[in-house]
Design a protein around this ligand. Structure first.
Ligand code: BT5
Length: 272
């Protein structure tokens, strides 16, 4: 399909960004793009901010909490972006927010679909009367001296042309742009739109603008009955997702009326 090539020379020739993706690497098959970028940070290669590493196939693609991210070869966008924010560590949630917004906007621009977000890191499309996950984000942050977000590797997986029969088994129903649009979607224009939107929203955050309001507006989670499993403790909670705060944490009111603020975890919508 035209527009599906993701090699260095074709992507570089069409990039519209100033800095994000200017150091672009394509590796046909890899363990995990997040892990490889992490190795480059550790081995003295000193990759610049905005480095993008993209692959056509991962043999050890990761979700959060070391879960797997599965995608057949040449069907997806699988890439990682290196940021060097130097922001206070508590603002790291802004990266997940601006990335969610950027990927949602890019998919909307290229396909015209209505794209929403599910707290904390899922990108969702309407499917019949419910929602299905078309993309996921994985943030690996390096915090120095306990206070500064020195670097952050943002991994992005978008199901572009995965046929319905090849989608993985998952608790949150998966979908792809092929399934949603009824026809294949060329990956390069989508990648270029993702990089452009990521740069735009990152630059805005650097200028002190918070992505929170726009991100919050796209969340399908708010006002819904949810089950939340907090990361770390593994504790489970049923309640109403009332709001998010500026740091991106989810506020859930349980059945006794008590409020809980959750920084990281998994959410299932009870009436999805
Ligand atoms: C995520 O984790 O959604 C983050 C996914 C990030 C993947 C990118 S690809 C490039 C970069 N390099 C990496 O190694 N990773 C990043 P989480 O919310 O934990 O979701 C993981 C769960 O989603 C799994 O346990 C499965 O149930 C399900 N899943 C696996 N593959 C999927 C897919 N292609 N589409 C939808 N759901 C999937």
């Amino acid at each position: 399909m035209t527009g599906d090539e993701l090699h260095y020379s074709v992507v570089r020739a069409e990039l519209t960004t100033q800095w994000l993706g200017r150091n672009y690497r394509y590796i046909e098959s890899i363990g995990s793009t997040n892990d490889r970028l992490k190795e480059w940070l550790a081995d003295g290669s000193n990759p610049p901010a905005g480095t993008v590493l993209l692959t056509d196939y991962q043999t050890a693609g990761r979700g959060r909490l070391d879960r797997r991210w599965e995608a057949p070869p040449a069907t997806s966008l699988l890439f990682s972006v290196l940021f060097r924010p130097g922001w206070p560590a508590e603002k790291s949630g802004r990266l997940t927010m601006l990335a969610g917004l950027a990927i949602a906007e890019a998919i909307e621009t290229v396909t015209g679909l209505d794209v929403r977000l599910k707290w904390p890191n899922d990108i969702m499309l309407r499917q019949d009367d419910s929602w299905a996950k078309v993309a996921g984000l994985l943030l690996d942050a390096v915090v120095s001296d306990g206070q500064t977000l020195e670097s952050a590797i943002l991994g992005i997986g978008v199901n572009v042309n995965i046929p319905s029969g090849a989608l993985p088994e998952a608790i949150t129903a998966p979908t792809s742009l092929l399934v949603a649009c009824g026809q294949p979607v060329a990956r390069r224009p989508l990648l270029l739109a993702c990089l452009e939107r990521l740069e735009h929203h990152y630059n805005a955050a650097e200028r002190g603008l918070s992505p929170w309001a726009a991100w919050n507006e796209r969340l399908i989670t708010i006002g819904r009955a949810v089950n939340v499993t907090a990361a770390g403790t593994g504790q489970s909670l049923a309640g109403l997702a009332e709001a998010t705060d500026e740091l991106g944490r989810l506020i859930v009111r349980d059945e006794t009326g008590r409020r809980h603020t959750i920084a990281a975890g998994d959410v299932t919508l009870r009436d999805n």
